[in-house]
Ligand binder design. Structure first.
Ligand code: DQA
Length: 148
């Protein structure tokens, strides 16, 4: 069976392309999705790609992923730094989690240095823009291969 990666994007990531281009560049989320899908396809993986501005919807999606997806790739946006609810859901899912951020959160404001998502993640990729999603797909392929 083809392994499935659920890519979850949090608040304001729908605005990529016009949002703070000095921080996030000019890539759109649709462009990142296309590159992520292409990379996954080349590795024989399927991708479901979603974005929401709502914390509860992220939690619902993580809960529903159990038994459906094989790995979660998560850019929770600002909820990264605030959401214990998301952390609890990620832990309860028992799924491998890879955390991604476009920007280098450790180079930015102090409040972005802490990530609740990291507490449930195998690892984090940040600072490489949208290419970080492709890097995460490569990491996912390795993780899922070792699991099989
Ligand atoms: C982000 C970093 C977060 O601090 C911020 O709130 C975002 C985007 C990133 O991808 O760099 O919305 O997750």
């Amino acid at each position: 069976m083809v392994a499935k990666i659920l890519v979850l994007n949090g608040p304001n990531l729908n605005l990529l392309g016009t949002r703070e281009p000095d921080v996030y560049g000019h890539e759109t989320l649709a462009g990142i999705e296309a590159a992520t899908r292409k990379r996954a396809k080349g590795l024989g993986l399927t991708v479901e790609f979603r974005q929401t501005n709502t914390e509860g919807e992220l939690v619902d999606w993580v809960q529903q992923a159990k038994g459906d997806a094989d790995l979660l790739l998560v850019n929770a946006g600002a909820y990264t730094h605030t959401s214990v609810a998301l952390l609890d859901a990620l832990k309860a899912s028992d799924l491998p989690v890879i955390e991604v951020h476009l920007s280098n959160i450790h180079q930015r404001e102090e409040f972005r240095h802490h990530s609740y998502v990291s507490k449930a993640a195998l690892g984090m990729i940040c600072g490489f823009g949208g290419f970080g999603y492709e890097m995460a797909i490569e990491a996912a392929a390795g993780i899922l291969k070792n699991k099989a």
